[in-house]
Structures are given as C-alpha cells and as structure tokens.
Design a protein around this ligand. Structure first.
Ligand SMILES: NC(=O)c1ccc[n+]([C@@H]2O[C@H](COP(=O)([O-])OP(=O)(O)OC[C@H]3O[C@@H](n4cnc5c(N)ncnc54)[C@H](O)[C@@H]3O)[C@@H](O)[C@H]2O)c1
Length: 263
C-alpha cells in the first residue's frame, strides 16, 4: 500500500530530512511549512523556495513530495493542506510535525512578551493544531489502521535549560500532549509519540548558540556523550522508524535521540 505522510516544518532541518527519508522509503509526502519569517522573532525561518526545492529533489513520479505553504498555528490553513493530501493521495497515514522556533537567551521574566508568545504559540499550540486537524484524517482511513501522530519535542522538556524556560515549557507540553493523545487513541490502530533531539546541526541550533552568546553551535557537542552534534538525518531516522510497521507497538512515549545529553 502507498503510505502517505504530512510533514509540517518541512522546509529545512529535521523536517526536510524526514521528508527525504520518507520519500526514499516509498511514502508520498505533503511537505508543509510557513515558508516565511515569523515577525515576532529575530532569526530567519525556512523559505518557500527551500520547500519547493525539497519537493522537487526528494519526490518522484511514484512517490511524490508536494510542497504546501501553511502555518501550523492556522487551523483552517493546516486543515486545507491535510485535506489536499487526502484528496491527492487517497488518505493520510502519518502526521509528523517538526515545525518549531526558539527564543530566550535571558531569564523568562526578561524575555519580550511577544517572543514568549511566539514560542508557546508555535511550539505547543502549533502541535495541538496539528493533532486536531491531522488525527481526524488518520481516523478516516478504514480499519485496520496503522496511523501515526509524531511530534518533535526536545531535551529541554525534561532538563532545566537556563535561558530557555519558555521553550522548555512548550516542549514539556508536547510530551504531555502525546501521552494524552495515545490514551485517547486507544483501540483505533493509531499511535502518538514524540522524539526529543539533543543538539542537532540545523539553523535553530545556530540561533541557540547566538542566544547563549557563543561563536558557533559546535561547542554544544561537548554536552553529548557521543562528543559530536546530531545530524538531522539521525532524528529523521527515528521518526521514520516510528512511522513504519516496526514502531506499531510504541505509543505515548518520548524517544530521546540526544547523543547522551540527558544522562
Ligand atoms: N536542532 C536542534 O538542536 C533541536 C533540538 C531539540 C528540538 N528541536 C526541535 O526540532 C524541530 C525541528 O527543528 P530544526 O532543528 O529542524 O530547526 P529549523 O529551524 O531548521 O526548522 C524548523 C522549521 O519549522 C518551520 N516553522 C517554524 N514556524 C512554523 C510555523 N508556525 N508553521 C509552519 N512551519 C514553521 C521553519 O520555517 C523551519 O523550516 C523543532 O520543533 C525544534 O524545536 C531541534
């Protein structure tokens, strides 16, 4: 059977790597991203051009990757993208959200309120919206289902990371959300899980380095017992494994892909 995924936050980083791996594994993918900067934040996000190039590179005639601009916080806009995936591909088997932003660099009480709102909005409410519009599509598949709702949380959910308290709060919200969803999805054939990366070499990590006043992100490698940064493909590999048949008995968990950061 042709498996279909909606990947949110797909323009670059972990979402782009996940889209590529899914396409290689024979999935059809609706690749979604806001494709523009968030005016509440000082750093650049993925662009519409990056998303279009990913779709052209990663897709094939047999296993297309279709690019769609939508903001994960915009429920009708995201629902339209999910609906388009169902119309084009005949249904949806996995909703994988990697969309995320970071802000901080000062204690919570010194953060501009607009940045706190942006982090809670995209990193928590955006995942809630993805679940609210994505899970009904997974449930529209006929039984027996093998649906997957997957979100990207962070080590910041389980460790107290200074200067990133709002980000940690949003990410801890994601792990709580996924546990609740897994319970709500009892008996449906659909699982819900999150993956928590450690420091992964993507633009959000460069922004973290800037927030900590560091020269570059490479220094974060010292916090891992593997003594290197994680590659986005390594986080994507865990997501694709969870999306596939081997992940069927895993639900309600947060899987660390953190190079030993949480030890
Ligand atoms: N890179 C790391 O070290 C690290 C560690 C832990 C967790 N994470 C999480 O991994 C996920 C992927 O991040 P990444 O490392 O690939 O960073 P990234 O900045 O390269 O990618 C994030 C993508 O999300 C998109 N996005 C942002 N806001 C959006 C919105 N409102 N709607 C739709 N798309 C939106 C961006 O345009 C971008 O393409 C994020 O949730 C991030 O918090 C990353």
């Amino acid at each position: 059977m042709n498996r279909v995924a909606v990947v949110i936050g797909a323009a670059r980083g972990i979402g782009a790597a996940t889209t590529r791996l899914l396409a290689e594994a024979g999935w059809s993918v609706m690749a979604v991203d806001r494709g523009s900067d968030d005016p509440r934040l000082p750093y650049a996000l993925g662009s519409a051009r990056m998303l279009g190039e990913l779709a052209a590179e990663a897709g094939s005639a047999a296993h297309p990757v279709v690019a769609r601009i939508a903001d994960t916080c915009d429920e009708p806009g995201l629902a339209a993208a999910v609906g388009e995936a169902e119309a084009r591909f005949g249904g949806v088997d996995a909703v994988i959200t990697a969309a995320g932003v970071i802000a901080g660099g000062v204690p919570l009480w010194e953060m501009p309120a607009v940045e706190v709102d942006a982090v809670l909005d995209v990193d928590l409410r955006g995942v809630v919206v993805a679940a609210r519009v994505g899970i009904p599509a997974l449930l529209r598949r006929p039984e027996p289902r093998a649906g997957r709702f997957l979100a990207v949380s962070s080590t910041a959910a389980s460790r107290g990371l200074p200067m990133l308290a709002a980000y940690g709060a949003a990410k801890a919200g994601v792990t709580g959300l996924v546990r609740g969803l897994a319970a709500e999805l009892r008996g449906t054939g659909i699982t819900a899980n999150s993956v928590s990366p450690g420091s992964t070499a993507t633009p959000i990590l460069d922004e973290s380095a800037r927030l900590y006043g560091l020269d570059g992100a490479e220094v974060f490698a010292r916090q891992h017992t593997i003594e290197r940064l994680i590659r986005p493909e390594e986080v994507a590999g865990a997501l694709v494994w969870l999306a596939g048949p081997a992940g069927a008995a895993v639900t309600g968990v947060d899987l660390p892909v953190d190079g030993g950061l949480a030890l």
